[in-house]
Design a protein around this ligand. Structure first.
Ligand code: CTP
Ligand code: CA
Length: 217
């Protein structure tokens, strides 16, 4: 009995995925970060590779194995992530799943001692990697962002789609227990409107997105 040929519709395509948090040092032993397990981004990298894509996965600090066939670049800070994204271009598609820290700290060179009193952290804005890619001459043909929201999910997602010049925003309602969990509830916001997908394991959401990417190319 012949096996079905696997769907390799993304073969010959380079897909860049960012995933996980970034860590912004306060001093050599402390950092500020967003919450992110990296699971959804890693699942998307895996799903794209399974459709035959060449995948570069730029990952912040996470505790996850590298999906088979995926080239992984580990970074710590937002600026390192921005540099790694730039170095990975050109790409046919970019899917920016990372929970990038919006600010970095003017870090101390030596460990701060608590006896000296609570330090006032001086925060500086980080580069917006997705928005910079949206405005870049190297903008991938299909640019996909995520939006983690706790309220007015679709309004915020549509605003981000426009502001960052993304083709699609995957809007993620994180008011429940999505963070670190195995399942996700998302809405795909495109130029034609909003598609609400059923609550599903992150691997299922990832396969669905990879199929949509293959349809769009
Ligand atoms: N993003 C990015 N670089 C940043 C911040 C965000 O590439 N410095 C990307 C994320 O990977 C995601 C999208 O932008 O694809 C939206 O991130 P999000 O944090 O939801 O939006 P922000 O624009 O940072 O706005 P806010 O956190 O205030 O909601
Ligand atoms: Ca943010």
């Amino acid at each position: 009995q012949a096996a079905l040929a696997p769907d390799q519709r993304l073969s010959g395509k380079h897909i860049l995925v960012t995933a996980g948090p970034t860590h912004e040092p306060i001093d050599p032993v402390r950092y500020v970060a967003n919450r992110s397990s990296g699971k959804q981004g890693f699942a998307i990298a895996d799903a794209c590779a399974q459709l035959g894509a060449r995948v570069t996965l730029v990952s912040g600090p996470v505790a996850l194995p590298t999906p088979a066939g995926v080239t992984r670049v580990d970074v710590e800070t937002a600026r390192e992530m921005a540099d790694a994204v730039g170095a990975a271009l050109p790409a046919d598609v970019a899917v920016m799943v990372a929970a990038v820290a919006d600010w970095r700290v003017e870090a101390a060179g030596q460990k701060l001692k608590k006896g000296a009193g609570a330090p006032a952290l001086s925060l500086v804005p980080n580069p917006d990697i997705l928005a910079d890619l949206g405005a870049s001459p190297h903008r991938p043909r299909l640019l996909v962002g995520f939006a983690a929201e706790t309220e007015r999910v679709l309004d915020h997602a549509a605003a981000k789609r426009a502001a960052k010049r993304a083709d699609w925003i995957v809007a993620n309602d994180v008011s429940g227990d999505v963070m670190g969990g195995e399942a996700n509830t998302v809405h795909l916001v495109t130029e034609t409107g909003v598609e609400s997908w059923p609550h599903a394991p992150k691997a299922v959401v990832a396969r669905r997105l990879a199929q949509r990417i293959a349809d769009a190319l």
